[in-house]
Design a binder for this molecule. Structure first.
Ligand code: RB5
Length: 150
């Protein structure tokens, strides 16, 4: 499994715990930045990670900003990305089972490292259910992208 990660200055303090989790589990990852506490735009990191995931270079993308909101909005502007904004384990599992989400976003100002690790673990270790109704709904999302994204 290959995972791309990206944060802005609002998410940088949670990044070490995410990296520790990935390394402990032997999960290959690439860190797209940011690498310092200077104020920056979440847009740039969210876009870079989402494009890499959409190209198929990574299985999943994980984004952290202050709230997770800006990052998830940006990621979902990239065709092929289904980025879930999650601050609980139930949603992280459900979005894999039901939405086949390929990206996860959350906020450092909202959750701590302990809950984050549980959310990430649930997300990365839950498969898409493949049930007909969920396949149909994800297909409809893809059709909507085809209609509206150039
Ligand atoms: C940065 O202050 C903050 O706006 C950003 O990290 C994020 O929360 C935006 O949605």
């Amino acid at each position: 499994m290959k995972v791309a990660i990206g944060v802005d200055h609002g998410g940088i303090h949670l990044k070490p715990a995410l990296i520790k989790y990935l390394e402990k589990r032997g999960i290959e990852y690439k860190d797209f930045g940011t690498f310092c506490e200077d104020s920056c735009d979440y847009n740039d990191y969210g876009e870079a990670v989402a494009k890499a995931v959409a190209k198929g270079e990574f299985d999943y993308g994980i984004l952290i900003c202050g709230t997770g909101i800006g990052m998830s909005i940006v990621a979902n502007k990239i065709k092929g990305i289904r980025c879930a904004h999650c601050h609980d384990v139930f949603s992280a599992k459900a979005t894999r089972q039901h939405n086949d989400a390929n990206m996860l976003a959350f906020g450092e100002r909202v959750i701590g490292a302990g809950l984050m690790v549980e959310i990430v673990d649930a997300f990365l270790n839950t498969d898409f259910s493949g049930e007909e109704r969920h396949v149909r709904r994800v297909s409809k999302i893809k059709a909507l992208e085809d209609k509206n994204f150039s």
